[in-house]
Design a binder for this molecule. Structure first.
Ligand SMILES: *[C@@H]1O[C@H](CO)[C@@H](O)[C@H](O)[C@H]1NC(C)=O
Ligand SMILES: *[C@@H]1O[C@H](CO)[C@@H](O)[C@H](O)[C@H]1NC(C)=O
Ligand SMILES: *[C@@H]1O[C@H](CO)[C@@H](O)[C@H](O)[C@H]1NC(C)=O
Ligand SMILES: *[C@@H]1O[C@H](CO)[C@@H](O)[C@H](O)[C@H]1NC(C)=O
Ligand SMILES: *[C@@H]1O[C@H](CO)[C@@H](O)[C@H](O)[C@H]1NC(C)=O
Ligand SMILES: *[C@@H]1O[C@H](CO)[C@@H](O)[C@H](O)[C@H]1NC(C)=O
Ligand SMILES: *[C@@H]1O[C@H](CO)[C@@H](O)[C@H](O)[C@H]1NC(C)=O
Ligand SMILES: *[C@@H]1O[C@H](CO)[C@@H](O)[C@H](O)[C@H]1NC(C)=O
Ligand SMILES: *[C@@H]1O[C@H](CO)[C@@H](O)[C@H](O)[C@H]1NC(C)=O
Length: 585
């Protein structure tokens, strides 16, 4: 009986202990021993450096197979390891930014983790080893991330055997530290399997053309090939991807030929960055089928076309960059509505646009009119994919930023051949931060309506043919950091107060008629400033006489400019300059 009781007791004890263990530990089965061994061997094949200067965190350092540390189960207690809750096979390994240093060999125990679905080894230092071809053994892999991981050489063809691979990130393995190319990912672009959705190989040294095999990747959504050495042409079959592709990044390569022009209705592209290549010909008209397009950058190419007014129907278009191409002609002449209702950034700089500034367009760019609280209604466009947008915005500073800030609003029409007056309506675009009309042939006055642009940080009107006074109201622009009007024909006193106390005198160079701080020339000894409100009949002015007279008056803008202004005045006889001339005469 006593024995019986003792057995019963011990049975109960065992049951009790079992249920206690079950309630304390997670219900999932324990990690497979061969897999925890493979993980330990993988960890031990690296030096885990833990210097205080690096931001990395040594996730694997705490891994241990010793039971007394309570860390023996790789599924429940190893940082960075994820197991299938039912089978306990290791299906995920995230050792990104984990201070690993050393080479990966083709016989690395990593490749024995044959159930792996997700592998992230980004931000480690694999000592410029090649990606081993045994990567092809991980046939369940859906996601592979080796960005910023110091791998080099050619990517093994076996990558294309990973028939479930959906995301591949090999970005930023382009190091210059060691002698020309052993420290880079190079060769031709690895061809991913048809299952691929996200393919990122940005900033490497891949060469050759983008294979037409890419056209068959019918699940492809994000293709970021920027900053490589790719060349050749983009095959027209690329447009076959238009139903699935959301982001196409080819920035900073050497790709030539025309941009494919068969983007079908229902094209789902949201972001296109083809900047810094050798693309030529026309901008493809079929891009108008990409109704969700929010970001179009074709800057720094050789595109020869007129202003793409046919894109105005794209109600999502927010960032529109045509900088440094061969775009030409007048924008105003094109019979369009010029809606572009969501436009935040338009950069037409360094082209051959001519004619008057498109005042009617300025009137319709509604998103640029909003600032502060009013803006929220236009915030619904979501930039899903990270792109770097380099804009040469500020003087000598190349402003680069991941993800365009929602609120940044820019009009850059610099370095073209725009002429005529600056339309008053620019003053309605109250949300603007940057306005650059530099290096054109603009004449007339600086409109005082610019003082309404209270968020303005950069105003560059330099290298034009503007005359008259700088409107004193501009001193109300308290965010203005850059104000450039050098090389114009401006006259009279420089406004006082606020930001105007901070601009260097170089901002005002080349306007001999200007006076006052920060210039050394005081205002007392300058010519009388003509009164713009003075009215007089000026019908009898002849163009030559007038142009000559401007030079004689000696505002110092040169004979050529004088003649140009003279002709301009003949065309618009209401201008005060005529009155000024009359007064002098
Ligand atoms: C790094 O690579 C070099 C050259 O292949 C090799 O000599 C060195 O042992 C490697 N270092 C480590 C820690 O693997
Ligand atoms: C890769 O798979 C092959 C056969 O499927 C096997 O022979 C080889 O040992 C595996 N390699 C590694 C490193 O696990
Ligand atoms: C992997 O192969 C190298 C030679 O290529 C060998 O020195 C090393 O011992 C092998 N490692 C394992 C874990 O088999
Ligand atoms: C790759 O990993 C890094 C670091 O964890 C991450 O920032 C990046 O977004 C990952 N790439 C993809 C395609 O998920
Ligand atoms: C390319 O990658 C290298 C190494 O990660 C980095 O130093 C460099 O800034 C990157 N360049 C660009 C344009 O992203
Ligand atoms: C693309 O796929 C189609 C059908 O899936 C196939 O017939 C064709 O050969 C493929 N093209 C290439 C270049 O692989
Ligand atoms: C692209 O689509 C066209 C028809 O839509 C088809 O004829 C062509 O084979 C496709 N190209 C590829 C490479 O899939
Ligand atoms: C305006 O544009 C010109 C030409 O693109 C550029 O050189 C200048 O730096 C820009 N002005 C400012 C203040 O950024
Ligand atoms: C610009 O300012 C410097 C001193 O800051 C002065 O020496 C120079 O004469 C000024 N130049 C002009 C054109 O006023």
């Amino acid at each position: 009986m006593a024995t019986c009781l003792r057995f019963l007791f011990s049975d109960l004890l065992v049951l009790f202990l079992l249920s206690l263990t079950a309630s304390l530990s997670s219900p999932q089965p324990l990690c497979h021993q061969d897999e925890s061994l493979a993980l330990m061997q993988f960890k031990d094949s690296f030096i885990i450096h833990n210097d205080t200067f690096s931001s990395c965190f040594p996730k694997a350092a705490s891994w241990s197979v010793e039971a007394e540390h309570g860390r023996s189960d790789c599924c429940s207690s190893w940082d960075g390891v994820e197991c299938d809750p039912h089978t306990a096979h290791v299906i995920g390994l995230d050792l990104s930014d984990s201070c690993l240093y050393g080479s990966i060999n083709s016989n690395s125990s990593l490749f024995r983790l044959s159930h792996l679905r997700s592998l992230n080894l980004a931000f480690n230092d694999f000592n410029y080893s090649k990606i081993p071809s045994t990567i092809g053994n991980l046939s369940w892999l859906t996601s592979l991330n080796l960005s910023y991981s110091h791998v080099s050489g050619e990517v093994p063809y076996e990558i294309s055997y990973l028939s479930k691979l959906s995301a591949l990130d090999l970005s930023h393995n382009n190091h210059n530290l060691h002698i020309g190319s052993l420290t880079r990912l190079q060769g031709s672009l690895p061809i991913p399997p048809p299952s691929i959705n996200t393919y990122l190989v940005r900033n490497n040294s891949f060469t050759g053309e983008v294979s037409p095999l890419f056209c068959n990747l019918s699940s492809l959504s994000v293709l970021d090939l920027s900053f490589n050495n790719l060349s050749g042409q983009l095959h027209p079959c690329f447009c076959n991807l238009s139903q699935t592709l959301k982001a196409l990044g080819l920035q900073s390569n050497n790709i030539s030929g025309t941009i494919p022009d068969a983007w079908a209705k229902g094209c789902s592209l949201r972001q296109i960055d083809l900047s810094h290549n050798q693309f030529q010909g026309l901008l493809p008209r079929s891009l108008a089928n990409c109704k969700e397009l929010g970001h179009l950058d074709v800057g720094y190419n050789k595109i020869h076309d007129t202003f793409p007014s046919w894109l105005e129907t794209l109600t999502e278009l927010k960032v529109f960059i045509l900088r440094s191409n061969g775009f030409y002609g007048a924008i105003r002449d094109i019979q369009i509505n010029c809606t572009f209702s969501n436009l935040h950034i338009i950069d037409l700089s360094d082209n051959n646009f001519s004619g008057d500034l498109p005042g009617e367009c300025f009137q319709r760019w509604n998103a640029m009119k909003l600032f502060g609280a009013n803006e929220s209604q236009y915030m619904d466009y979501d930039i899903r994919f990270s792109f770097t947008l380099p804009l040469t915005l500020t003087k000598g500073i190349k402003l680069e930023y991941e993800r365009i800030q929602h609120e940044l609003k820019v009009i850059d029409l610099s370095c073209n051949r725009f002429e005529g007056e600056i339309p008053e309506v620019v003053g309605n675009l109250k949300g603007l931060h940057i306005l650059n009309f530099s290096d054109n042939a603009l004449s007339g006055h600086i409109p005082s309506s610019l003082a309404n642009l209270t968020d303005l940080e950069i105003l560059d009107l330099s290298q034009n043919k503007l005359f008259g006074e700088i409107p004193p109201q501009l001193s109300q622009l308290t965010f203005l950091a850059f104000f450039e009007v050098f090389n114009n024909c401006l006259t009279g006193p420089i406004p006082l107060g606020n930001q105007f106390e901070t601009f260097p005198n170089s901002s005002f160079d080349g306007n001999p008629g200007l006076c006052g701080r920060p210039l050394s020339k005081a205002c007392g000894d300058s010519l009388p400033i003509p009164d713009p409100t003075f009215e007089e009949n000026q019908d009898s002015v002849s163009s030559f006489e007038f142009g000559w007279k401007v030079v004689v008056i000696g505002f110092g803008c040169g004979f050529v400019i004088g003649i140009v202004i003279g002709q301009w005045v003949i065309a618009r006889k209401q201008d005060w300059f005529v009155n000024a001339f009359r007064i002098k005469k």
